[in-house]
Write a new protein. Structure first.
Length: 250
């Protein structure tokens, strides 16, 4: 019965995914970014490659949507509109793009991408202050999200995390990520992914993510970000190296 609920995964794997969803949502709410990359790295070591990005999209949709609703009064609507316009354009291209990728390489692509965004210096000045920059950001980061799932750090850099106060940034970031994940779900649905088989597990992870978001918002601005960044980079690096090792040992 439980294996049916988890679509063939073990009980231990299911618990790890629920805990990862809770922690990932909490860290994104508290520190503005990072939870999506953390979650997909944990998922990549457990779930089939074919299900990885679409299931991650559904779980992250729940996490970001709850955060967007809780911070909605701080949303910058014009910037949100222009970014989403670019994201919608990218979604149309992605319908062809995802069909051209061998799913066996997805975990390895994710591992190298996460190492890149973890250690590569991100721009200190966001490009998403005006319509052209926001549209291009919507296009490029949405294409990246379709391929490797965890586009959050790129979106954060584009929107410029330090440009506004924490609540304004949280509202805009979580809102555009909600749209990005929704588009991902639509694209993979058109491509034929069977979301129904994973529905119980996805719902449980969304609920875990919601409680993580509530905890993270309570911690917003209260924990030292420098300490978080050190621990976060070490964790992601270890998870990425594990994925690379697993890929070449198959």
């Amino acid at each position: 019965m439980l294996e049916t609920f988890l679509n063939g995964l073990s009980t231990g794997d299911g618990m790890v995914l629920l805990i990862a969803s809770f922690i990932g949502s909490a860290m994104t709410a508290a520190f503005g970014v990072g939870g999506g990359a953390f979650l997909i790295m944990v998922m990549a070591g457990i779930m089939p490659a074919l299900a990885l990005i679409p299931v991650h999209g559904v779980v992250q949709l729940g996490s970001n949507a709850s955060r967007a609703v809780l911070a909605r009064q701080h949303l910058d609507w014009p910037r949100f509109f222009w970014f989403c316009l670019g994201a919608c354009a990218a979604a149309l291209v992605s319908i062809w793009l995802i069909g051209a990728i061998d799913t066996r390489w997805i975990p390895l692509l994710i591992a190298f991408f996460v190492l890149l965004i973890t250690w590569m210096p991100m721009p200190s000045v966001g490009l998403g202050r005006h319509a052209p920059g926001l549209i291009s950001g919507g296009v490029l980061t949405t294409l990246g999200s379709m391929l490797v799932g965890a586009s959050g750090p790129l979106v954060s850099a584009w929107l410029n995390k330090d440009a506004d106060n924490r609540w304004h940034y949280t509202a805009l970031f979580s809102s555009v990520m909600t749209v990005q994940h929704l588009l991902k779900i639509l694209v993979f649905g058109v491509a034929g992914f069977a979301f129904v088989a994973w529905l119980p597990l996805m719902l449980a992870m969304v609920v875990a993510g919601y409680f993580g978001t509530r905890l993270g918002l309570l911690l917003l601005g209260k924990w030292p970000e420098s300490l978080f960044q050190k621990i976060y980079k070490c964790c992601l690096t270890l998870l990425a190296l594990r994925l690379i090792f697993m890929h070449f040992m198959q």
